[in-house]
Design a protein around this ligand. Structure first.
Ligand SMILES: Cc1cc2nc3c(=O)[nH]c(=O)nc-3n(C[C@H](O)[C@H](O)[C@H](O)COP(=O)(O)OP(=O)(O)OC[C@H]3O[C@@H](n4cnc5c(N)ncnc54)[C@H](O)[C@@H]3O)c2cc1C
Length: 409
């Protein structure tokens, strides 16, 4: 079919950002919202996430988005009358060296500043809560109860199901070929299924978002950079109800996953890609740099095993990798791009789009329904780096460096 159609808002992409934005638009009273997804909902970056949900970061503006996700998840469970199976197990932050022990002071004050509970535990208490953890008595341990993990695909499709129940029109298998403008304003989108007229377009196209933006004359300040994690064989010590553990000394994070231990490590290369070189289905993407993650394990595995002695005897059964869109400052890209009225972007997730999804959805919807957001979006402005060439080699390296120096992978 190819005919002229119209909508109040068109959302490009049915990953977790697109589904969350659509749900919030409907909650805030928009009746005529269309989501266009060329593959299937939640099947691209979203379904690859380790799905760690935290609330406390060094940026209050980012923490506010994370906190909103917890409210969104409660609202979704109520609206759908179904459990999302959220594992609210908390996070245990370990400071084993003097420097990382000291850095936990900052973490405690960030938590206090946004009203999140945090408690100091002795190393003995920490070991009692996390059976696989090997730490000295001198290690400093801080526990934050409001953190955990959820199946990211399930959360994305829950936003989608709740949006659909409120009247949002999801069109799967429809590709956006370009965003059209008239006299400096968005006029609609050209799709594989004809033109859809609309005064608002929200680009939630994940690691591909920059391609459509560049065609409009504004490069998004991000690049797809590989994120990765491993899952071990099962052991009784990796009980999924134990707290997640953040180990800035490695750096690494770990949590239980179907009887094994899911862990992310930093080490080895963090390759970035020109988004135009990504396949449209990420299951076809393989990074030729260390394709099965062994190089990173060789670099950082030993240091992780210091905190998880079981690593010496347990096998790794799964390796997962995929591109997350990184920006040089580690902040998201949220809001309007200069020069095109009615065009908004939600991308640059920097490996924490699941955790931020509720806040991102609400913030973007408010920009449309209220003309401004109740969240402080200043640090997320799409134009904060000025005009750049996001496909340039030096730019890709800059974005890769953000991931390579991230505190906890
Ligand atoms: C290995 C790994 C681990 C991660 N771990 C975590 C974690 O622990 N916690 C966390 O919060 N985050 C984590 N993330 C990040 C998280 O997965 C992302 O932040 C999030 O999924 C981004 O969602 P999205 O909707 O922006 O992108 P996507 O899920 O990629 O959705 C974008 C959608 O747009 C569609 N699309 C693109 N172009 C078009 C077009 N032209 N027309 C129509 N449709 C289009 C795509 O098909 C896709 O479905 C991790 C990511 C990876 C790769």
């Amino acid at each position: 079919m190819s005919s002229t159609q119209s909508a109040e808002v068109v959302v490009i992409g049915g990953g977790i950002f697109g589904c969350a934005v659509a749900w919030e638009l409907a909650r805030q009273g928009m009746r005529d919202v269309v989501v266009l997804e060329r593959e299937n909902l939640g099947t691209q970056t979203t379904s690859r996430a380790a799905s760690v949900l935290t609330t406390v970061t060094s940026q209050p503006a980012k923490s506010a988005l994370f906190q909103e996700t917890w409210s969104a998840m409660s609202a979704l469970e109520e609206e759908l009358d179904d459990s999302l199976n959220i594992h609210e197990v908390g996070t245990l932050h370990i400071g084993a060296s003097k420097a990382t022990a000291k850095s936990l002071d900052e973490h405690l004050s960030f938590a206090a500043s946004i009203g999140e509970v945090a408690e100091e535990l002795s190393a003995e208490e920490a070991r009692a809560r996390v059976k696989w953890l090997g730490i000295e008595d001198s290690a400093r341990c801080v526990f934050l109860p409001r953190a955990g993990y959820v199946d990211s695909y399930r959360l994305a499709t829950a936003y989608g199901a709740a949006a659909k129940a409120r009247g949002v029109d999801f069109r799967v298998g429809v590709e956006v070929l370009g965003v059209s403008t008239r006299s400096g304003s968005v006029s609609g989108v050209e799709t594989s299924d004809g033109f859809i007229e609309s005064p608002w377009v929200v680009n939630c196209a994940g690691p591909w978002a920059g391609i459509l933006s560049a065609e409009l004359g504004w490069h998004l300040p991000m690049a797809p950079v590989r994120s990765q994690y491993w899952i071990t064989e099962t052991r009784a010590e990796f009980d999924a109800q134990q707290p997640m553990v953040f180990l800035p000394d490695v750096p690494a994070y770990a949590r239980g996953e179907v009887g094994g231990l899911l862990f992310g490590l930093r080490g080895g290369p963090s390759p970035a890609r020109d988004p135009r070189a990504l396949p449209r289905d990420l299951s076809e993407l393989q990074f030729e740099e260390d394709p099965s993650g062994w190089e990173t394990l060789a670099v950082a595995g030993e240091s992780f095993a210091r905190f998880c002695p079981l690593m010496e005897s347990v096998g790794v059964s799964h390796y997962v990798s995929g591109p997350s869109s990184y920006t040089p400052d580690g902040n998201f890209i949220l809001g309007a791009c200069p020069g095109v009225d009615g065009y908004l972007v939600a991308s640059g997730c920097c490996g924490s789009g699941i955790a931020a999804s509720g806040g991102v959805g609400r913030a973007l919807a408010e920009l449309i329904t209220k003309g401004e957001s109740s969240f402080d979006l200043e640090i997320f402005r799409p134009d904060r780096f000025g005009q750049i060439d996001a496909f340039d080699e030096a730019w890709l390296e800059r974005c890769s460096a953000t991931r390579s120096t991230k505190n906890v992978c």
